[in-house]
Write a protein that binds this ligand. Sequence first.
Ligand SMILES: Nc1nc2c(ncn2[C@@H]2O[C@H](COP(=O)(O)OP(=O)(O)OP(=O)(O)O)[C@@H](O)[C@H]2O)c(=O)[nH]1
Ligand SMILES: C[S@@+](CC[C@H](N)C(=O)[O-])C[C@H]1O[C@@H](n2cnc3c(N)ncnc32)[C@H](O)[C@@H]1O
Ligand code: SF4
Ligand code: SF4
Length: 358
Amino acid sequence: MTIVQRLPMPTMRPALSPVETRGPLVDRFGRVHRDLRISLTDRCSLRCQYCMPAEGVPWLAKDNILTTDELERVARVAASLGITEVRLTGGEPLIRRDVVDVVRRMAAIEGPDGPLEVSMTTNGLKLPELAPALAEAGLTRVNISIDTLKPERFAELTRRDRLDDVLAGIDAARAAGFSPVKLNAVAMRGVNDDELVDLVRYAVSIGAEMRFIEQMPLDAGHIWSRVEMVRGEEILEHLAEAFTLTPVGQRGAAPAERFLVDDGPATVGVIASVTAPFCGACDRVRLTADGQLRNCLFARTEDDLLPLLRGDGDGNGIGTDDDLAAVFVRSIGAKLAGHGIDDEGFLQPDRPMSAIGG
Ligand SMILES: Nc1nc2c(ncn2[C@@H]2O[C@H](COP(=O)(O)OP(=O)(O)OP(=O)(O)O)[C@@H](O)[C@H]2O)c(=O)[nH]1
Ligand SMILES: C[S@@+](CC[C@H](N)C(=O)[O-])C[C@H]1O[C@@H](n2cnc3c(N)ncnc32)[C@H](O)[C@@H]1O
Ligand code: SF4
Ligand code: SF4
């Protein structure tokens, strides 16, 4: 069971503190945290096999989902602690009804280097409807998941017959001016590992960056297998049969190792979270849709912000911004060096990817 660290209930009323600098979020290993990944919902319009089971998903309690005011408050405190970028994810972030308002409010928050940069990872289904409004609200870039270009395969893999809608979403993202547009595919043996080259060709043809992701043990259905997973090395071997790949340096804290495709300018990325973890440069902290702060994708403990945000429901016991900041500092202070997938006794987090925020 996930150990939730509940805080003693503070007794102060909220102090509407102005944005102030509280200093950077540095962990015991010297990693400075600049990226807050916020899950807007655990719900989704697809049921990708590597992420969610077909049925019986234990949804988060609706009453516990953070309101937009609460999200804004937490992001403002995070910005005062050195966070410069907010990534909206889920579940599927675009099924949150007020997603455009969330983007607008996040993009208006002043961070240490100016307004927060707001990006999103999405399955793209609602982009034809929402892309222009999201761009106008301040969203700068999107990563869209597309694991296959074959409609039947897509329907089997995601359990929904919606490939055309994803393709329309990608077109809408480009038309709205998001830049760059990155495409994510989880490489799966016997499912889409014969399509990697085609996916790159499609991405190159539309000026997007294709990225292949190693499957991680975070699925609610527990189908992950170390033996079956397609390793980053294998992905590169497949691609090298069709393209000349030249490493692009300067990876920084990014999960993707990038390569020029032939002579460029197109690039392809490989996110080898399992076989070549990038934890040494990690700059990420996560907020779940129900207000739990997680210092790692694979964390087995969380810090509950809800008591500080809501008090007892009658306005008593709500924490100050300093109280919220103290939880961030404590969470990052307790962060482990890495995810430990290779350690004996590794335990998958109790929350599935869709409820953590991928
Ligand atoms: N292990 C690990 N995987 C991550 C982390 N952040 C994102 N990923 C995975 O990387 C894949 C792509 O995620 P995205 O949401 O597109 O994020 P990103 O690749 O960091 O995005 P960019 O900032 O555009 O490079 C997904 O499978 C994520 O679960 C992380 O901190 N640790
Ligand atoms: C959890 S999803 C949430 C955002 C959105 N619904 C989407 O699919 O892009 C974020 C990313 O995590 C990836 N993902 C989900 N489950 C994964 C797993 N078990 N291993 C690796 N990546 C995974 C998805 O492919 C997607 O690119
Ligand atoms: S990967 Fe994204 S689109 Fe697929 S089920 Fe998970 S949350 Fe939904
Ligand atoms: S697994 Fe944890 S420590 Fe490693 S990069 Fe991801 S969030 Fe950071």
